[in-house]
Design a protein around this ligand. Structure first.
Ligand code: IVH
Length: 676
């Protein structure tokens, strides 16, 4: 953990920045992309480091809410009546005891606590009005969430109506989860179909909630358990958390099977030990327990901080870890050239399997943890996450321990390595790097990209080694090799023709899929879709500047630069040129390119009465325009609703054209259509 003596101000500032970049990235991977790369424990460590640093330098604190899963515009958003906060959490018994001391210092009477599982699922807010399930809203950013009611209605154990004794209006909160059994079953099915398997039950549940096909959601068989309420009208009889659960059960709402009351820290600690030994029997994944003050009036008195209630705490269990010798460090090249340092370990038994390799994540992490070759390191394995080195036994460091040098050349192709400003990782700059090429082609062919069934890693390896695939565009020239290909061992005319058919179909994939498939650093599947929404064709996107790109939601400076750099690269340009020549469609959205809004950047301020903001953004995008978050010189038009914000004054000062709602509706053709 950091301390002020070991860090001067300048270093601390840099360190904080590096931590923030990493946390932001992992928030994105966890909340939005549903494919976390580090365990919750490692993530919590990063956050704890950040908190420790901000304690030393409180002047750098910025108000930040809990992470956000808001992302695409497929579902309407709505405000929670009461915010959906996070739980403060700890891995240390000492900090847990502090929680009890804090409470007992504030309340006079003896306090009862409830101990319950911390279920590893996805939070949901169920709004019942007059006894009917009106809306199901994801947590979103804690204040605003996405309305996924139709999907949630497929969860059989969530009652659509509550009995008469339920409050008139209630925000019923809980967790949606997949049983471990169902998770295994769904993954087996994916495997049988030759499709990619899902990362873990929690992320599969989160992804399922955002599906556009409710039938598919139903097939996934999600479950629900309630753990609290938000707004409740007239809740006088719900005076304890325990009674709340009693009512839930009476209303047919699923509740935890393990809820234990305790009157002291000691009692709760003993119950935690009991829980540890039985948790494997629960049908869902848990990563710890939650301790809550039972009395709801007391809960209210204790109140909340910006992020979490003061009346509850999550005590999380550290994943299993083991000590072993770090023998050597090797470097792996990823799809976008990222070099990942890998620890080659003296094999050690961990969580039921032998572990001989573990990720060191990146060089900032190595430096932060001060890991050296020949150190005794702590290796940890949490669920499905690849084993990672989480710490070093410095007291066991030998004199032969060696610093891990940052390589200057790519271990696979020898090209120079580059650290891009603002990024944590270092990358191989070569576009001919063999492992990158293989991974890029496999990615290009993957389901969310060009969806070429049958072009998996093994086949790609063969085709690359034949010299038929030198870049992703070559996928579309494979037809030239058909007659030789069908004679290769392991192939037949049928299997090859099936792949070729899938390749032909891929020529018509949506722009977002193509963009995702190009492996532009930082451009994941969701961002690619967003970029496609805001451009009429690939060629148009290629011309956007860093500033213009930043007008697109989700695009910050690092991403914008990465996109511009990618398209500025001559080799990438020639790949795209080749794709175009081979007949790959890149202007899919059939937008009326002659519409006056095409290519224009609009900004919105105030509230519109006829459209939601999301609808307005969609209309603009469908006409080839884009929506900027701020007023800049590039802004073409400001659409001004009622109660405009300070964008109005800024636009006026810059002489930017301003439309009222009526003018906007007229220009986009909505008013006209309505009247006819
Ligand atoms: S109570 C103010 N109880 O953990 C938040 N939450 O890290 C009160 N969670 O967003 C929530 N098990 O989705 C509560 N037994 C439990 C829980 C639980 C899992 C989730 C919940 C919350 C997150 C916070």
């Amino acid at each position: 953990m950091v301390n002020k003596a070991s860090l001067d101000r300048e270093k601390a500032r840099k360190y904080l920045r590096a931590l923030c970049i990493q946390i932001e990235r992992h928030d994105y991977l966890y909340y939005r992309a549903n494919r976390p790369e580090i365990s919750d424990f490692e993530y919590d460590c990063l956050r704890a480091e950040k908190q420790a640093l901000l304690k030393l330098y409180p002047e750098w604190s910025q108000d930040e809410g809990p992470g956000s899963d808001l992302g695409n515009l497929h579902f309407p958003t709505t405000k929670h009546l009461f915010p959906m906060l996070s739980l403060s959490n700890t891995y240390s018994q000492e900090e847990l005891l502090e929680f009890f001391h804090r409470i007992e210092g504030k309340v006079q009477a003896p306090c009862t606590y409830l101990l319950e599982p911390k279920i590893d699922g996805v939070a949901i807010n169920l709004v019942y009005k007059q006894g009917h399930l009106e809306k199901a809203i994801t947590r979103g950013n804690g204040y605003v969430g996405e309305v996924v009611t139709e999907n949630v209605r497929t969860i059989k154990e969530i009652p659509l109506t509550l009995p008469e004794n339920a409050p008139e209006e209630i925000e019923l909160r809980g967790e949606i989860y997949l049983t471990e059994r169902q998770f295994t079953h769904l993954n087996e099915e994916q495997e049988r179909l030759g499709l990619e398997t899902y990362a873990n039950a929690r992320n599969l549940a989160a992804g399922s909630l955002k599906l556009l096909d409710a039938n598919e959601v139903a097939r996934r068989r999600l479950h629900f358990i309630a753990h609290g309420v938000g707004f409740v009208s007239n809740d006088t009889h719900l005076d304890t958390q325990e009674r709340l659960y009693g009512f839930f059960a009476q209303w047919g709402v699923p509740v935890f099977s393990f809820v234990m009351p305790g009157n002291s820290a000691e009692q709760i600690w003993n119950l935690i030990a009991r829980f540890r030994s039985t948790k494997e029997k629960l049908p869902y994944g848990t990563d710890g327990v939650v301790v809550k003050v039972n009395d709801r009036l007391l809960q209210e008195q204790l109140g909340v901080t910006a992020k979490s209630p003061r009346w509850a705490i999550a005590y999380k269990f550290e994943p299993e870890s083991a000590e072993t010798l770090l023998q050597e460090v090797t470097f792996q090249v990823g799809r976008t050239g990222v070099i990942t340092p890998v620890a080659e370990l003296m094999p050690v038994d961990l969580a039921g399997s032998k572990v001989a390799r573990a990720t060191l994540h990146n060089f900032d992490e190595i430096q932060r943890k001060d890991i050296r070759k020949k150190d005794i390191v702590i290796v940890q394995k949490a669920g499905e996450i690849i084993p990672a080195i989480v710490g070093v036994k410095k007291d066991k460091r030998s004199a032969s321990a060696e610093k891990i040098e940052v390589p200057l050349q790519c271990p696979a192709c020898g090209a120079p390595l580059l650290k891009i400003a603002g990024e944590v990782v270092i990358r191989c700059t070569s576009l001919n790097c063999p492992p990158q090429l293989r991974l890029k082609i496999v990615h290009f062919a993957s389901k969310d990209a060009m969806n070429v069934d049958g072009l998996g890693p093994k086949i790609v390896d063969i085709l690359v080694s034949k010299g038929w695939l030198k870049d992703v565009a070559d996928v579309f020239t494979l037809i030239d090799y058909r007659d030789v290909w069908i004679r290769l061992p392991g192939f037949s005319a049928t299997s090859v023709d099936n792949v070729l058919l899938a390749i032909e179909k891929a020529k018509n994939r949506p722009l977002g899929c193509l963009l995702y498939g190009l492996s532009i650093p930082h451009v994941g599947v969701e961002l690619a879709k967003k970029l496609a929404e805001y451009s009429t064709a690939l060629e148009q996107l290629m011309r956007l500047s860093v500033e213009q790109l930043q007008e697109i939601p989700l695009v910050g400076e690092i991403i914008a630069r990465s996109i511009v750099d990618f398209f500025a690269n001559v080799r990438n340009q020639s790949i795209i040129e080749k794709l175009l020549q081979l007949g790959i469609k890149t202007n899919f959205l059939e937008k009326p390119t002659k519409h006056p809004l095409n290519g224009k950047i609009l900004a919105l301020t105030g509230s519109l009465t006829r459209l939601t903001r999301v609808e307005a953004e969609r209309v603009i995008a469908s006409l080839g325009g884009s929506v900027g978050r701020m007023i800049t010189k590039q802004t073409s038009i400001l659409v001004c609703g009622t109660n405009p914000g300070n964008k109005f004054a800024k636009a006026k000062a810059l002489g930017i054209q301003i439309w009222n709602e009526e003018e906007f509706l007229h220009h986009v053709g909505i008013l006209h259509a309505d009247r006819s």
